[in-house]
Design a protein around this ligand. Structure first.
Ligand SMILES: Nc1ncnc2c1ncn2[C@@H]1O[C@H](COP(=O)(O)OP(=O)(O)O)[C@@H](O)[C@H]1O
Ligand SMILES: [Mg+2]
Length: 276
């Protein structure tokens, strides 16, 4: 894993002038509803950036736009200075951006290990002509893939359930598996949609620790949506606040927490209690 860290670090070093991710004046309507309403923000390399806001603020829609699952009506999305607004989700994934879903999307009838092995990391084995022309290379690629999956399992402390059907995991373990799937792809940017939701306290601590280590040791940048304010306050800096499709505030967690407009947006919304 040390090798892949070194290469992803040198790659990111080439684009120092740009923020890793930039969203410019992005807009998306669903019928008459402005889910994302001319929203702009940047995510700087190496940060764990929080994206918060009351229920219905447009956070998940923003993730769906950034990762190519839905197309914006207008505005731009730049990854490392390059426009990715026209790319498909798999193309965006191949550029090093991975996401987890608010509801984990594991393959329930496959084992935990198989779920990790499924993740395409630009592996040679995918190209059928490589299998014909270079079978040896494909085999060693597979072996490396397996080795990596085992490392990821160990890292996330899921080794003891590697042969379980993914469907049998607890909610928290499924979240860890989702995180593992992003790690298999050597991402530079990981988007997490409510990693703490439905997770017990012990597992939550391990998720927080994992995010911090991945950011520190592997140089991965995180953008995460979260309603658990303790998690946001202890993990994220900066914090971006969305409300009604727009960016309402941005800054250090303490400043954002005490921002009057932010307090009002939460109090006005139905999430007032859950966010407190
Ligand atoms: N596919 C969709 N079709 C219609 N409306 C949607 C769709 N996705 C989201 N919305 C609406 O867009 C708004 C923002 O939703 P969402 O991005 O899920 O908010 P958040 O994640 O901040 O809670 C909500 O009013 C939601 O009902
Ligand atoms: Mg959401």
């Amino acid at each position: 894993m040390a090798d892949s860290t070194a290469s992803s670090l040198s790659e990111t070093a080439t684009g120092q002038a740009h923020p890793l991710l930039e969203v410019r004046d992005l807009a998306k309507r669903f019928g008459g509803l402005k889910a994302v309403d001319h929203c702009s923000f940047q995510v700087e390399r190496g940060t764990i950036t929080g994206l918060i806001g009351p229920n219905g603020a447009g956070k998940t829609t923003m993730f769906n736009l950034i990762t190519g699952f839905i197309k914006p009506d207008s505005g731009r999305i730049l990854l490392d200075g390059q426009d990715i607004g026209h790319l498909r989700p798999d193309e965006i994934f191949m550029r090093g951006m991975c996401r987890t879903f608010q509801i984990p999307r594991e393959h329930g009838t496959m084992s935990v290990l198989e779920n990790l092995m499924l993740v395409p990391a630009g592996q040679t084995g995918e190209l059928w002509w490589n299998a014909l022309l270079r079978p040896g290379q494909v085999r060693s690629e597979e072996a490396r893939h397996l080795h990596k999956a085992q490392e990821v399992l160990e890292y996330l402390q899921l080794t003891h359930v590697q042969h379980e059907y993914a469907a049998n995991l607890s909610g928290g373990q499924k979240k860890l598996l989702e995180m593992g799937r992003t790690l298999m792809a050597d991402p530079q940017l990981v988007l997490l949609d409510e990693p703490a939701a439905g997770v017990n306290r012990t597992l939550l601590q391990s998720i927080i620790k994992n995010i911090q280590t991945m950011a520190r040791d592997r140089g991965i940048t995180f953008l995460l949506i979260e309603h658990d304010m303790n998690m946001v306050m202890s993990l994220c800096n900066p914090v971006i606040v969305m409300s009604e499709g727009r960016k309402l505030a941005e800054g250090e967690p303490e400043a954002v927490r005490n921002n009057q407009a932010v307090l009002e947006a939460y109090l006005g919304g139905q999430y007032a209690t859950a966010a407190g």
